[in-house]
Design a protein around this ligand. Structure first.
Ligand code: UD1
Ligand code: MG
Length: 451
């Protein structure tokens, strides 16, 4: 059976109080929309239709980045969830199979739950995803009769008895495409909100004698986001789960609640993550590495046995081979650090490659930017770069080179050579004491004069 996802993402999200469309707000550094689309991928959908309205251009751009095959259709006026799904009618006119409706602002639905919904279609024409709510609040209520879902009643339209029901509508559903679009055409807007309710599908299907059922999932999966507070709660939920999963995979988190993960962070077994480490998107850390406290990693790869931090910053394109050491107040960007190389203190290494076993002294800086363009620095294997060396790129140093402390390297250095470029030292015997005596005498005169 082929599947088409219809992802509702047209709503304004007034309570976010934001210029950014609600579905583009990030949780663990991926938009809610991306979370929803990634979950939907578990169904191996033949088609993906995103219904956009508020901020449609931004949504279109984001969708193109997440999944090139996804299509965006417009809902210029937000007349309700049924109206929104109906916007996909033209795009899906040649499609036969199941339509699965997802919400762009409900990012945590699991692959397993989506698979259970589709599996339940074997015995029902329409399947709705419900959950038992700790606080049913203003959710639509699912009116069940045994296994059969009779109707969904919106909170605003519900009687006291119906409001007492704890089984709630997540909004997600699965239905045969042609049945869904036939029924959608019959939905009106005579209700407390004057909106076209997708939930009316249930009663219409039942009136035709169709089988309708509900599948239940854990409430945490249906967590919707309407405000910045909800967003923060959703992020916390994500973090808690992601940290747990890492620990189960054999990663040590010394203070789990202080480690901030991205949606795609990958960390290998027996790696230790000290407190207060932040992972941006695109980080992979192999086994047996140590990421020490207060480090910030983004778009980088750390190989087995490497040590990073404390207070290190790995920016996009930082590639650390095995057993490297990146120490405190070191920033690495777009640079390969080969096996066993060390950059231990106060350095900036950008647009560079550092050969195996090389040692980069404290305060070394690759001057990679001339104000207009970026240039590369290449350092060979087993080289020793003295403290406070400035490497004015583009520049290449061969294997087993050395630089004197404080050197400004502007020309290539051949293998085995020492480069030293700094004023020569001039030492004047006895001068320090003489100067000190003069200064003390001067101070004494001045103090006496003011008495
Ligand atoms: C909906 C359900 C309710 C359910 C709740 C779960 C209906 C009528 N009600 O109510 O039973 O308990 O979700 O969260 O379906 N959207 C559009 N275009 C529109 C309207 C909405 O794209 O014209 C999108 C929104 O951006 C959002 C989703 O559909 O992603 C749900 O819309 P929302 O207005 O939040 O519906 P609820 O009132 O919460
Ligand atoms: Mg809602």
């Amino acid at each position: 059976m082929s599947t088409a996802l219809v992802v509702l993402a047209a709503g304004k999200g007034t309570r976010m109080n934001s210029d950014l469309p609600k579905v583009l707000h990030p949780i663990a550094q991926a938009s809610m929309l991306e979370h929803a689309l990634v979950a939907g991928r578990a169904l191996d959908p033949e088609r993906i239709i995103v219904v956009a309205g508020h901020g449609a251009e931004a949504v279109r751009a984001a969708v193109a980045e997440i999944d090139e095959s996804a299509e965006v259709v417009l809902q210029t006026e937000q007349l309700g969830t049924a109206h929104a799904v109906d916007r996909a009618r033209d795009a899906l006119k040649d499609f036969s199979g199941d339509v699965v409706v997802l919400y762009g602002d409900t990012p945590f639905v699991s692959a397993d739950t989506l698979e259970r919904m589709v599996a339940a279609r074997a015995s029902a024409d329409l399947v709705v995803l419900g959950f038992h709510a700790a606080d049913p609040a203003r959710y639509g209520r699912l009116v069940m009769q045994g296994d059969s879902l009779e109707r969904i009643v919106e909170f605003k339209d519900a009687s006291e008895d119906e409001r007492a029901i704890g089984f709630c509508n997540s909004g997600l559903m699965a239905c045969d495409a042609s049945l869904m679009f036939d029924l959608l055409a019959k939905i009106g807007n005579e209700n407390a909100s004057g909106e076209y309710y997708l939930t009316d599908l249930v009663e219409l299907a039942r009136a035709e004698g169709r089988a309708v059922t509900a599948v239940a999932c854990d409430e945490s999966e249906t967590l919707g986001v309407n405000s910045r507070l909800d967003l923060a709660v959703a992020d916390t939920v994500f973090q808690t789960k992601a940290r747990q999963e890492l620990m189960e995979l054999g990663v040590t988190l010394m203070a789990p609640e202080t480690v901030y993960l991205a949606f795609d962070t990958v960390i290998g077994r027996d790696t230790v993550i000290e407190p207060n480490v932040v992972f941006g998107p695109g980080v992979t850390v192999e086994s047996g590495a140590v990421i020490r406290a207060f480090s910030h990693l983004e778009g980088c790869h750390v190989s087995r046995g490497s040590k990073v931090g404390p207070y290190a910053r790995l920016r996009p394109g930082a590639e650390l081979a095995e057993d490297t050491h990146i120490g405190n107040f070191v920033e690495i960007k777009n640079a390969e650090i080969a096996e066993g190389a060390k950059v231990n203190h106060l350095s900036y290494i950008g647009d560079a490659s550092i050969g195996a076993g090389s040692n980069i002294g404290a305060g070394t800086i690759t001057c990679n930017y001339d104000g207009v363009m970026k240039h590369r620095t290449t350092i060979g294997a087993r080289s020793f770069i003295g403290s406070n060396t400035l490497l004015v790129a583009p520049v290449t140093l061969g294997d087993e080179t050395m630089t004197g402390s404080g050197t400004v390297v502007t020309k290539d250095v051949e293998a085995g050579a020492l480069a030293i470029a700094r004023p020569r030292q001039d030492t004047k015997p006895g001068y320090a004491r003489k100067l000190m005596d003069m200064l003390r005498a001067k101070k004494a005169r001045l103090t006496k004069g003011s008495e």
